[in-house]
Design a protein around this ligand. Sequence first.
Ligand SMILES: [Fe+2]
Length: 256
Amino acid sequence: MAVSTPDKTSNMSSAEFTSAVENVFHQYWGGHYEVVKTFFGQPRDRQQLIDWLELQLYKEIHVVPEIARKVIALYEKLDVEIERGEFESECYELADEAQHYRLLADILEGITGQRRSALVFKPTKEQVDLEAVRNKYANSTPLVRSVGGFSPGGGTAFAAAGSMIDGGPVERQLAEAFKVIYRQELEHYNKNRFVFDRLVREANPSEYAEALQYARELAHQHFILRNASFSYPLSPERIKQIAAGEVTRYIPPSLY
Ligand SMILES: [Fe+2]
């Protein structure tokens, strides 16, 4: 697997490695925030809002059966290999994603006046590319895989910006939906960070290079997807600047 500067990364302390991973994500999460703020900062075509909602509905609902299958697998090992807390947290995550779907599907139905099957919402090319990045690292070490747990941080940044939008009835409903999504993604992110931080302490520094490479690919593609999903509110030049670190970073707050 392609990794960058292995010698340098394997000499990092666990604290330096953690901070390098955080830096990658904080930079691109600043980009997520800017995408949403820019999109809702000016009047937009109704169709752009519908296109974003359709993709977002896919993102929210397609994970529900995946989590359900995981819950069944965990149930088979519950109180033998699997902790009750881990089982409980997966069940809550399933319910949270179902709620995000319900909140946003209600809004889309209000805009179009049509009820549609949950199965009609499909991934875009950028979403497929994001899933390919995740699949590429799906069989790596527990530390490398736990980098995927940073994903809800992007959701936190995007929903934080969305919570502050104002305007007509649709914008006000969206802001309320974003507040729910924000709180729940923040919880998912903090829980995932707990797992990541523990694995960093257990891992061999030789794993750092691959984990950092995954962080860079995941954070970058998630940001590209976010901009595409809102019909490109940020220009290609602005995307380059953000990728070069010229952006106000977004750091999710600690929960407690
Ligand atoms: Fe969600």
